[in-house]
Structures are given as C-alpha cells and as structure tokens.
Ligand binder design. Structure first.
Ligand code: MN
Length: 409
C-alpha cells in the first residue's frame, strides 16, 4: 500500500500543479459554456491481485492518485470532490486527504475541494443552470454520471481528451524518456544473463528487479518473454518455457515510472549468434522499421491500414521470401504501432494523422508459423517534421551490435 504514496510524491514533484491546471483550462476552453464531470477509480475497482490504479483520464487532468475522487469543471469552477475521512480504512491504508483538511486546495491544486457526497447535487445545479454536461463515454463510471444527471442529455469528451493527450508536453517527454531509460536497463539486465537452460520466467524476474531498483512503480503491461515458437503468439505472457540452444528470444517488456509507460521489444539469439535464416529475417524487420521511423512525420498514419503499416509491409514484400517462395508481408499481422503516454496503449483517435510532439511505438514484426520463428523490433519515437526521433536508441538494434553485446559479457 506504500506504492500509492510513493507514486503521489513522484507525481507531485515531476509534473507541476501548473501543468495540471493548464490541462483543465484547455479542456474547459474546448467547451466554454459546459460543465465537465470526470470520475476517478475507486477502492471497489481494486482487489488483492489487481491493486488500485487511477483512471488515466482522471489522472491526466487532476494528478490525483487517491481513490474515490470526482472532478467538476465549469466556467469559474474548478472543483475536486474527495471521499469523507474513514478512520477504519485509514488504519489499513494510511491517511488520505479529505475536504476540510488544512491547506487542501494548495495540496490538490484545485480552487475548491468539496466532499464527494456532494458532487451529484453540484451536477444537478449545473443542469438547472442550463449548462450542457460533458463526460467521458469510454469511462467505466459512465453509469454513475447517467444516474446523477437523471435523464439530462450527456455529451462525450472522449475525442477531445484523446486530442489533448496525444500531444506530449516537454515535461511528459522527459518522463517518457526516463521510463524508456529504465526499460533499457531492464532489457540489458536480461541480456547479461540469457543462455540456454534458463526459463523465461527467470529473465522476467531479473527484469522486474531492475525495474524496482530504479524506483519505478510497475510494469506498464504483462511482460512477454517468448522463446522459440512462443514468439508466434503476439500476447504470450505465460513465460514458462526453457530456453533452448539456437532459439530466438522475443522480449517485449516496459516499465511504468511516475505514471508514464514505456514499450520496448528486442529479439535476441539465446546462444549469442543469429543463424543465417534468423539474421536474414531479422534484418528485413529492421529495414522495415527504419523505413517506418524515417516516415513517422506529421501527416503519416498508424493503424492496420495506416500509411506506416503499409510502408513496412511493402518493404517486407520487397525483401526475402518464405519457404514457398511467397513474399513476407502477409506474416506482419498487426498494426505498426500505437501512442504511448500515461497508458501503454494511450488514448488516441485512430483516424487522426500524426503531429509533431506525439510519442508512438514503431514495431514491425514477422511471424512465420512454418519456420517456428517470430521476430519483432519495437522502439518508441517522438514524431518530428524530420521523421521519428528514436527515444530508445541506446538499446542495440542491429544484428552485429546485439551479437557483439552478447559475446562481450
Ligand atoms: Mn507496443
């Protein structure tokens, strides 16, 4: 339970209250006469195997990491609602902030802090005042807002929130870079140890330790350590297999640090050398990745039919063949990438072209069942007018660099 408190400290230090206020002001400016309500995650969303995690949209606008909070914005109103103090709960989970605490406005960065029990009445007041009510239709808490609005028409914020979250501030890019740098350390910790005879879960443990060593909260997603044919399963996460000589090991693991996610994949030879066929296929994936990174400029698109996905597939079709002599593009079976931010699959409008300041993954892969080979290379890039700037370039990508690294241990 200390995790949440540490995360509060990190978040308070690393993103300023000014930045959170600015985000709220931007949201309000998009709907000047509206009232906006967002509901945070609650204790009821948590369970022993799935600890409390703040809703990412709520976190984006509030920076608030405690359960049970509600935000209402309206012209001249900037209110955070907090649950009433509960002595019994606090014995288990430590002290929590509540309305009426001395200095609570300064602590939260909101102009006003009110008891959570009063947000429904406040929403009714806004409806009576004739304001349009906006909330996130993608939130699991939508039914609560529908009930509180008692039949008044609701409007969806999802697209506007995505638009705001897709462009990263300078501070966010620094935090993403930190999460990436920790993930690189984690990958290298696994590389230091990898050899035939180890089990996938042992390397997962090594990577988890390296993540904690750097003070990060958690993995940004289920770690994938997929050796040999397991790499054909895109979201394999059982991590139970023994590494065999000659295997490739696909490692798709990223840390979440100060609430920002990272997402990195490398595919490395367990014995320290690629076979000729592994090298040939790897270099085709790498070539496709380089082409897509170079083209990750404003106007390009992600998604299964996006321009960058098509570009990578065309590259694969133009290089190499399968055992039947067919082009390889059909073995690239997913989209080229996704946005990364507070969430590893960050909120985005799938039809929106890239803009400068967005951070996305570029992750082509080839998965050839006949040959039992799966290869993915995934980096995080910042979109710039000159193309993608690789934020994870410190983790070796080329076959020679990787082999040199593994054989110099
Ligand atoms: Mn990814």
């Amino acid at each position: 339970m200390f995790l949440v408190q540490v995360a509060i400290a990190l978040s308070a230090i690393l993103i300023s209250q000014e930045e959170f206020k600015q985000r709220r002001a931007r949201l309000q400016a998009a709907f000047p006469e509206a009232a906006i309500v967002l509901i945070g995650s609650t204790d009821q969303d948590a369970e022993p195997r799935r600890p409390f995690l703040q809703d990412a949209n709520f976190l984006y606008f509030t920076g608030w990491l405690e359960p049970g909070a509600v935000m209402i914005l309206a012209p001249g109103e900037d209110v955070l609602f907090l649950p009433a103090r509960n002595e019994r709960k606090e014995r288990y989970e430590g002290r929590r902030a509540a309305a009426g605490d001395v200095g609570i406005e300064g602590h939260t960065g909101f102009s006003k802090v009110a008891p959570a029990g009063s947000w429904e009445a406040e929403l009714q007041r806004q409806i009576t005042a004739g304001r349009k009510i906006y909330t996130s239709f993608s939130s699991r808490k939508l039914p609560l807002v529908q009930t509180a609005a008692a039949g008044a028409e609701l409007h969806d914020l999802t697209r506007e929130i995505a638009r705001l979250r897709m462009i990263k501030s300078a501070r966010e890019i620094e935090l993403l870079q930190r999460a990436i740098d920790v993930s690189i350390e984690m990958h290298l910790a696994a590389w230091r140890r990898v050899r035939p005879g180890l089990y996938e879960y042992q390397l997962e443990g090594t990577m988890f330790a390296a993540m904690k060593e750097q003070g990060c909260e958690r993995m940004a997603y289920q770690p994938i350590l997929a050796s040999g044919p397991n790499a054909l399963i895109l979201h394999y996460s059982a991590n139970r297999r023994r590494l065999e000589p000659g295997d490739l090991l696909l490692v798709d693991v990223g840390a979440e640090c100060a609430n920002y996610a990272s997402d990195l994949t490398r595919t490395i030879p367990v014995s320290g050398r690629f076979t000729d066929r592994q090298r040939e296929l790897y270099e085709i994936v790498l070539g496709a990745q380089n082409a897509a990174i170079e083209a990750a400029k404003p106007g390009a698109t992600l998604g299964p039919q996006g321009s960058l996905t098509n570009l990578a597939r065309e590259y694969m079709n133009a290089h190499g063949k399968d055992r039947q002599g067919e082009p390889l593009g059909k073995y690239f079976t997913h989209g080229i990438g996704h946005h990364v931010g507070l969430e590893v699959h960050d909120l985005w409008n799938s039809d929106a072209p890239l803009e400068a300041g967005m951070v996305v993954t570029i992750e082509p892969g080839l998965y050839i069942p006949d040959e039992g080979i799966g290869i993915r290379i995934e980096d995080m890039v910042l979109v710039t007018p000159q193309g993608g700037r690789i934020l994870s370039r410190k983790l070796p990508r080329g076959t020679k660099e990787i082999e040199r690294w593994l054989n110099a241990r």
